[in-house]
Write a protein that binds this ligand. Structure first.
Ligand SMILES: [Zn+2]
Length: 382
C-alpha cells in the first residue's frame, strides 16, 4: 500500500463538510484536555449548528465521545468532548536479521503492547507464515479488535523503493531485491513497507509535532542509517536512499564497510565496535565503562570522536535539529555531554541550545513509526 499524504483541492459541498469534520476532529485530537461544545465552537470560530452536525457524524463514527459531563456552577452540566483513542489501532512490525519486534498503537499513539520475538529472517515462505502467525498471536494476547485494525506497517533495514513494494540492498538481511509479497502474503490486513530509519524518524518527528518543522534522524545500531523529515514527512530522495548517513565517508581509505567501500561512518560507529568486536554485549560495554575501565574509556572516546564528526557533517549539510536513535540511544542520556562537547568544538556556529537530542521511543521507534503511517493516513482522511 502506498501512503499518500497529498492534498486535494476540494470544491464540492461534500468536500467542504469533510474539511469541517476534519477540523473538528483534529482540534479535539491535539487538544490538551477535553472540551465542551461551546468552547470548541469558540476556538474553531464555527457556528453551533455546523459544529453539532459535525459532532453528530464523528460520534456516529465512534471517533468522538460525549458521554462525560463537566463540573458546573449550577444548572445543567455541559457534556465534554474527547477523541476515542481506541476507535482504531495500527500495528508496527520491525524485521531484523534475528528478531521481530511488534508494537500496537491506538489513534493517540499510546502503545497498547510491545513484544520482541526471536525469528531469524529468511526469504522462504515459512518465514512469511511464521510472521503472520506471530502477528495473530500478538493480537490475541492483547485482546484487540481486528475490525478496528487500520493496517500493519513493516519496518525493514533496507532501501525501500518509492512505491513501497520492493526492498533493495538490505545487507543485514542478506537481501538484494525482495518483493513485499514474499514477506506479507499471509497477512490478511493492509500492509505498508517502510525503511527502518524512516519509520523511526517519523515516530520521533510526530512526537515533536508543533515544536520542530525539519529534523534529521540518525539511527545507530549495528547498522547506521537515518532519515530526513521536512514538515513532518520523510524526504525519500530520487531513489529512496536519502539519509543514508552511515555511508558518509569520515576517514578516506579507512576501515572497510559493509557497503564495500572504506571509511564510512558505519564502519566506525556500528554498535558492533562496542560489542561484537570486543566480545561483550552493548549493555556489558556500558556497565564496564561506568565502572571506569580504562581500555573501554579510550575506545569510547575514539568512538565519540568519530560519531561527532558524522553528526557535525549532517548538521553542516541540513542545519536542523538532529535526533539520535537506534540501539545506542538507550545509553546516551548519561553520555550526552561528552558528545555535545565534541559537537561544539566541531561547529564554529554552535548556538547555546544543543541541536542534538536523544530519541524518546528508543528501540520501539521503528515499530511505532511503521504503525504511525496508518494512523497518520487515517486521521488525515476523516
Ligand atoms: Zn559504507
Amino acid at each position: 500500500m502506498v501512503i499518500s499524504m497529498g492534498k486535494s483541492s476540494p470544491h464540492s459541498t461534500v468536500e467542504l463538510r469533510k474539511i469541517n469534520r476534519n477540523r473538528v476532529f483534529h482540534y479535539l485530537y491535539h487538544a490538551a484536555e477535553p472540551l465542551t461544545k461551546q468552547e470548541l465552537a469558540y476556538r474553531l470560530s464555527m457556528s453551533l449548528p455546523t459544529l453539532t452536525q459535525n459532532l453528530t457524524e464523528l460520534i456516529g463514527m465512534g471517533l468522538v465521545d460525549n458521554s462525560e459531563t463537566a463540573g458546573s456552577n449550577g444548572g445543567r452540566k455541559p457534556r465534554i468532548l474527547s477523541v476515542v483513542p481506541r476507535a482504531r489501532w495500527a500495528l508496527g512490525v520491525e524485521i531484523s536479521s534475528q528478531h521481530i519486534r511488534l508494537a500496537a498503537l491506538d489513534l493517540q499513539v499510546h502503545e497498547l503492547g510491545f513484544r520482541v520475538i526471536n525469528l531469524p529472517f529468511h526469504t522462504g515462505e515459512e518465514y512469511s507464515v511464521r510472521l503472520s502467525q506471530t502477528i495473530e498471536c500478538f493480537i490475541d494476547e492483547l485482546g484487540l479488535d481486528r475490525s478496528r485494525l487500520l493496517g500493519v506497517g513493516i519496518s525493514i533495514p533496507g532501501i525501500v523503493d518509492n512505491g513501497q513494494r520492493y526492498v533493495t540492498a538490505a545487507p543485514t538481511l542478506g537481501v538484494r531485491k525482495l518483493d513485499v509479497h514474499c514477506i506479507a502474503e499471509h497477512i490478511p490486513y493492509p500492509v505498508c513497507l517502510v525503511n527502518d530509519a524512516n519509520a523511526g524518524g517519523f515516530a520521533e518527528c510526530w512526537e515533536r509535532t508543533g515544536s520542530v518543522q525539519h529534523m534529521a534522524y540518525l539511527s545507530v545500531s549495528r547498522g547506521v542509517g537515518g532519515a530526513i523529515l521536512t514538515s513532518g514527512t520523510a524526504y525519500l530522495g530520487t531513489n529512496g536512499r536519502s539519509g543514508e548517513f552511515g555511508h558518509m565517508c569520515i576517514h578516506p581509505g579507512g576501515a572497510p564497510c559493509s557497503c564495500g567501500r572504506r571509511g564510512c561512518l558505519e564502519a566506525y560507529c556500528s554498535t558492533a565496535r562496542l560489542s561484537d568486536d570486543i566480545g561483550v554485549t552493548l549493555e556489558g560495554f556500558f556497565q564496564a565503562l561506568s565502572r571506569g575501565d580504562a581500555a573501554y574509556s579510550a575506545l569510547w572516546a575514539r568512538y565519540l570522536d568519530d560519531l561527532a564528526v558524522g553528526i557535525a557533517n549532517i548538521y553542516a549539510a541540513l542545519d536542523c535539529e538532529i535526533v539520535l536513535g537506534g540501539k545506542l540511544s538507550r545509553f546516551m542520556d548519561e553520555n550526552f555531554d561528552a558528545l555535545d562537547q565534541r559537537l561544539r568544538r566541531l561547529d564554529p556556529f554552535y548556538q547555546e541550545k544543543p541541536y542534538l537530542s536523544i530519541c524518546r521511543y528508543y528501540d520501539h521507534s521503528n515499530c511505532i513509526g511503521a504503525a504511525l503511517y496508518f494512523v497518520a493516513q487515517f486521521i488525515q482522511q476523516i
